[in-house]
Each structure stands twice: as C-alpha cells, then as structure tokens.
Ligand binder design. Structure first.
Ligand code: GZL
Length: 324
C-alpha cells in the first residue's frame, strides 16, 4: 500500500508542479531557474532595475522568470506561490510594502526555496524567512538629501514640500526618517506639506499642484521627493504655476536617473542621491553560491549612496542615458 501512495504522491507533484526547489524545467543552456517578483514599472529607476536583472541573469546562465505586480502586493504573493509551484531554485522579491510577507515566505521555506529581497526591506517576525537583502541604506539616502538642503539653505526660513513614496514601503518610511533627522537640526527648515506621490510622475504632479494651491502665496523654498520621477512631475507642476524650480525653489530627490540630470543641466533641479539599479547581480551571486556550495549569505548586502550636483549633470546625463 505504501508503494502505491508514494506513486500517487509523485504523480501529483509531476502534474501540479508542486515540487521542491529545483524541480522546474530549465531553459536550454541555463543552470538555475529563478523567479523574480518585481513591483512594476512605476519609475525610470524600476525599469532600469528590471533591465539590469535580465542582463545579470544572462551573464550567470540563470533562467530568470520576471512577474510584474503593477505595484500590488496581492499580485506579488500570487507570483511567489506560482514560483513555488513551479519548483524554481530560488526567488527574488522586491517587496512593494514592508509588511504582510511572513506567510508566503514560510511557504517558500517549506518548499526549500531560498528567497532574496532586492531593493526594499520587509518587517518580519523571522529574518530567517529570507536568505539576504540587497538594498541601499534608505535612511542614509534621506539624511543625505536633508543635509544637502540644510547646508544649501543656511539660516534663512525654508518651507518644504515632501513627496513621499508608496505608503508603507520601506523606502518611503526610511527616506522620510533620514530627511527628518537631518532637517530636525535646523529649526529654520520646516516640512509644510508631506504627501505620497506613489513614486510616479503623474501622481506627484497632482500632489504638487494641490500643494501649490493650498499654500497660496506662501513661498515654497524647497521640494524633497523620495524619487526623481516624482520630482520630474513636481517640476512640471511648478513650471505650469509660474514657479522656477532649481532657481526660486530648491529640489532634491533620489535615484539619479538620466532625466533628473537633464533637469539639472537645464537649471531646473539641484541635487539627486544615487541608487544603483544593479541589485539582482549581487543577489544572484549569493543565491548561486548558496545553491552550489551551501555558502551562507550576509543578511544585508548594502549598495552605495552618493550625492550628485549640477556641476557633473551634463556628463552624467550623457553617460547614463544609454544605461536606462
Ligand atoms: C528604492 C526603490 C524605489 C525607487 C523608485 O529602493 O524601491 O522604488 O527609488 C522606485 O524609483 O519606484
């Protein structure tokens, strides 16, 4: 009887693909199958990260299966379950928000499929649910932006409009924390409007338009956006309202995408903090080392943070426009 039961179980696995890690069929010439639950294509940086992930996978002979969640966590959870059912060798996740991942990560662990977080962190009761996280120090990004503003503004009074990223995402929480820490040391600088633009140009333009209307004649001294795409939207809104971004209104944002360098070169933006889109490469290297040799991975692989100003904008635009 036992033999019959095992045969039925094996057939079930074969039919449903509910295999353990490593049972997914590899594409020709590939050595590993990895699922990537990507957030979406909400910004230029996100698109660059996806493209960089494809290139990194090709260089490493990894069959990378990318799912686009259109910025919805439920789509990411569905995609992760599908990767588990396919029996992939590993899963990369860029978690759109910081909470709500424990259950699906427990399912991946039960299927013996390692998970690596890329670009965003999660809040979890059990850090062993993921092998590693490849992210920047997002608090440092916000602090770097805030310290630049404090230094640039000096002692004069300054009202700031803050365009936050996706509500509940680790970058939105951390970038606000770091920025607030920095400007908290300068009593002359105050955030007077702080609202989510969801990391998109369109939403940020709307938020900036309503901020300009609500503030009336009160001078906006600076805009801080959690990513460059939202700043591009805000710049459009300011210009349409007759303001001069980069001149009368200081701007600082994060990502270092080509379009912010173009705005800087045109005198319409002042500063950006770089976030590399090269997140999947280090993640795949750790995954391959873990799968092949059982090599432990650090819980956090930190990517660099760097401030860029208009003095290098033209050169940076030329250098980056082919990369994005
Ligand atoms: C930050 C990343 C953010 C980018 C945005 O690590 O998650 O998401 O700054 C993107 O451009 O939408």
């Amino acid at each position: 009887m036992k033999y019959v039961a095992l045969t039925i179980a094996a057939a079930a696995v074969a039919l449903t693909g509910c295999g353990q890690g490593g049972s997914a069929g590899k594409a020709d010439g590939k050595e590993l199958v990895v699922g990537f639950s990507q957030i979406g294509s909400e910004s230029g940086w996100r698109t660059a990260e996806t493209n960089a992930a494809r290139a990194a996978a090709d260089q490493r002979k990894v069959d990378l299966r990318i799912s686009d969640a259109q910025q919805r966590q439920e789509n990411q959870i569905k995609a992760i379950r599908a990767f588990i059912a396919q029996g992939v060798d590993g899963i990369l996740v860029a978690p759109v928000v910081a909470t709500g991942w424990d259950q699906v990560l427990r399912e991946a662990k039960a299927a013996n499929i390692p998970v690596i977080l890329v670009d965003r962190q999660i809040e979890t009761s059990d850090p062993n649910l993921y092998l590693s996280a490849v992210t920047s120090d997002q608090v440092l990004e916000g602090r770097t932006a805030g310290e630049w503003l404090v230094k640039t503004v000096g002692g004069k009074d300054c009202s700031v409009v803050e365009l936050q990223g996706t509500v509940g995402s680790s970058p939105a929480i951390a970038r606000k924390k770091g920025f607030d820490e920095a400007i908290g040391k300068a009593p002359n600088i105050k955030t007077v409007v702080s609202q989510s633009g969801d990391f998109t140009r369109a939403k940020a333009k709307e938020v900036m338009e309503s901020a300009i209307k609500s503030l009336g004649n009160a001078k906006i001294c600076a805009v801080y956006a959690h990513n460059d795409d939202m700043m591009i939207g805000a710049i459009q809104a300011m210009k349409e309202a007759g303001l001069r971004p980069g001149k009368d209104v200081l701007t600082v944002s994060i990502d270092a995408v080509p379009d912010i360098f173009k705005a800087m070169a045109d005198g319409e933006a002042n500063a950006t903090v770089e976030l590399t889109p090269e997140m999947a490469g280090p993640a795949l290297d750790m995954l391959i080392a873990y799968k092949k040799d059982g090599k432990a991975a650090p819980k956090w692989h930190q990517t660099p943070t760097k401030l860029f100003l208009p003095d290098t904008a033209a050169a940076e635009y030329e250098r980056r426009k082919t990369l994005y």
